[in-house]
Design a protein around this ligand. Structure first.
Ligand code: ADP
Ligand code: MG
Length: 248
């Protein structure tokens, strides 16, 4: 697989003590009619710039909800969230959208590509929101596809690509704005194990260039490649470990 080109490297904060992500007593209650589900029951943690963190835990333990809140895709019911030192609790929707577009890239299990757009146009989408001029959009999107080894497939529709190729398009889209944080929710869940390993290698290259990678996974072998594992159970963090080998 092709290496990540330097043009796509993520920003690194210069030696500040402020954690990139800090949440305090985050709670999320979903209400469907009469029914209430406590998805997060008070979560506090910090994640530093440049970390590679695996979020693990049983189905229904709150992992995706946590990612959704960290990713500014939804608001917590209570608790606070500081992103790079800025309190983002209660910011209005437009401010959140702009911050999200600038700071966060997302990769999902089911790719979430637009089926009628070719690979290049899918990667261009975040640049449209960011107001990047047309020629620069195409150049940057093409460079991102090159970085994930898919430049020769830029004209293909998602239906004309394999699962692993679609996930690489999704990663190119997630990186194209050079966000500081990559959030991936079961990114290898729909892929065969070899393709999954290629995708993980891509994340590891991104992290080596300074991107903070936070990845939800069911798969123990995937989690063990991360330097730190945070385990959820019933909406709470029950364990948080950095593997000895990675800390050294
Ligand atoms: P995980 O990703 O660990 O499987 P989730 O964060 O998706 O867990 O879900 C945590 C809990 O919240 C589960 O009980 C789930 O059913 C519930 N939940 C998630 N999303 C919603 C929603 N939009 N509406 C109602 N309940 C939800
Ligand atoms: Mg989930």
């Amino acid at each position: 697989m092709t290496g990540i080109s330097t043009g796509l490297s993520a920003g690194i904060s210069a030696g500040t003590a402020t954690p990139l992500i800090r949440v305090q007593d985050l709670r999320k209650v979903y209400r469907n009619g009469e029914q209430e589900t406590v998805a997060l029951a008070g979560v506090s943690t910090t994640i530093d710039a440049g970390e590679y963190v695996a979020i693990v835990g049983a189905s229904g333990s709150g992992k995706s909800t946590f990612m959704t809140l960290i990713g500014l895709l939804d608001q917590a019911s209570s608790g606070r969230y500081w992103l790079d030192g800025q309190d983002v609790t209660g910011l209005d929707v437009n401010t959140l959208a702009a911050l999200r577009n600038r700071t966060l890239g997302f990769v999902f299990q089911s790719f979430h590509l637009l089926p009628r757009l070719n690979a290049l146009d899918n990667v261009i989408v975040p640049l449209l929101y960011a107001g990047v001029p047309r020629d620069e959009r195409r150049e940057r999107a093409y460079a991102a596809l090159q970085a994930v080894g898919l430049a020769d497939r830029w004209q293909h529709l998602p239906s004309q690509l394999s699962g692993g190729q679609n996930q690489r398009v999704a990663i190119a889209r997630a990186m194209v704005n050079s966000p500081r944080i990559l959030l991936a929710d079961e990114p290898t869940g729909a892929l065969d194990s070899r393709t999954g390993r290629d995708i993980l290698a891509l994340f590891e290259q991104l992290q080596a260039r300074g991107m903070t990678v936070i990845l939800v996974t069911h798969d123990k072998s995937v989690a063990e490649r991360a330097a730190r594992q945070i385990t959820f159970l019933d909406g709470q963090i029950i364990a948080d470990s950095r593997s000895v080998a990675e800390v050294a």
